[in-house]
Design a binder for this molecule. Structure first.
Ligand SMILES: NC(=O)c1ccc[n+]([C@@H]2O[C@H](COP(=O)([O-])OP(=O)(O)OC[C@H]3O[C@@H](n4cnc5c(N)ncnc54)[C@H](OP(=O)(O)O)[C@@H]3O)[C@@H](O)[C@H]2O)c1
Length: 308
């Protein structure tokens, strides 16, 4: 049966947007329209391959209502520097008649009080607040918060030197880290549009939270998975998270936003809070979907095959 939903992706050319767009192309027949937003004709060139496979290209600014007209669903895949503009994007989309919004989430469970005020997630929290306020004003507006833990391919990245096989990590090797592979997150996300929308309820009648995760284990065991996948040993130095927080504050005082974000996120992976099932350990929504995700080790084996 041909799909009925029209979906617009904002930021589809980015690190996360690309694999998600590829998954939408694979499942295109399940949707009425799949489109990407490009800011101008030059930007649109980036999507010529997707266009050849039936993806529409809509030109315009994500701050205007016009590009959103005629779409049921909008997913925001913009990167860190643009996250602070998402509330304006939500207002414009809602005014244009969009009824289902996916804000830029796909991260750890930021409901956990221990990371709710982390600098890295500041604009994501403001975006959640805007979604909630918009839903209160417009009962037709609903939204999905997609929680996946860290992208497995990105877990051992910042602070890691894979040529020298060494790393500096701020945290503790015994703390749990949860993650999901990028292809699986793309599949979960596309499939989530094809299952019934079940709202969280209570104070959030228009919000649906989905927690899906490929696996979780102590950080040190994830490092062992990497070592086995690559067939080589790494030298990993664990330092106090307070050191990174000090560097984050220095960056803030210097007006260096990228630095603030960098040092902030360095404190997450080995903190115990970089997980999708943070609020209630083990409580996940994987069983809403009909596939088994890659384990963390399987992702490393795939990612590093041919790169050893
Ligand atoms: N949990 C994790 O480990 C993890 C890892 C990665 C990402 N994420 C999440 O995924 C989301 C996306 O992050 P990302 O790293 O993929 O971001 P990114 O690589 O910076 O991509 C952002 C995209 O937005 C596009 N863009 C910028 N201005 C635009 C405009 N005016 N109109 C349309 N598109 C525009 C950019 O296009 P140009 O390049 O052409 O400027 C770029 O393709 C974020 O919410 C992030 O937190 C999570």
């Amino acid at each position: 049966m041909p799909g009925t939903l029209s979906v617009l992706l904002v930021g589809a050319g980015g690190a996360w947007g690309r694999p998600l767009l590829e998954q939408f192309i694979k499942q295109k027949s399940s949707f009425k329209r799949v489109a990407v937003l490009a800011r101008d004709q030059n930007h649109a060139e980036k999507f010529s391959d997707a266009k050849a496979q039936g993806v529409e290209i809509v030109l315009g600014s994500f701050l205007d209502s016009a590009p959103y007209k005629g779409f049921d669903v909008v997913m925001s895949l913009v990167g860190n520097p643009l996250l602070r503009l998402q509330p304006a994007m939500i207002q414009a989309a809602s005014a244009a008649g969009v009824t289902h919004f996916y804000p830029g989430e796909w991260n750890s469970d930021i409901d956990q009080p221990e990371i709710a005020n982390m600098r890295y997630f500041r604009d994501k929290q403001a975006t959640r607040a805007q979604c909630h306020a918009t839903a209160q004003e417009n009962p037709n507006f609903k939204y999905t918060i997609f929680i996946t833990g860290i992208f497995t391919e990105w877990t051992l990245m910042f602070g890691w030197d894979h040529e020298k096989k060494s790393a500096v990590v701020f945290g503790d090797s015994s703390k749990r880290i949860g993650s999901t592979s990028i292809p699986d997150i793309a599949r979960y996300t596309v499939d989530s549009l094809l299952i019934p929308f079940k709202a969280d309820g209570g104070a959030f009648p228009n919000r649906r939270t989905i927690r899906a995760q490929g696996g979780s284990k102590p950080y040190g065991e994830l490092v062992a998975d990497l070592e086995e996948a690559r067939g080589m040993k790494y030298s990993v130095e664990y330092r106090d998270r307070a050191e990174a927080l000090k560097l984050q504050e220095q960056a803030r005082q210097q007006g260096d936003e990228a630095g603030e974000m960098f040092w902030s996120i360095r404190t997450l992976p080995a903190s115990g809070y970089g997980v999708a099932d943070g609020v209630e350990e083990g409580k996940l929504d994987n069983d809403l979907f009909d596939f088994t995700p890659e384990t963390q080790k399987e992702t490393f084996e795939r990612f590093w095959s041919g790169q050893k």
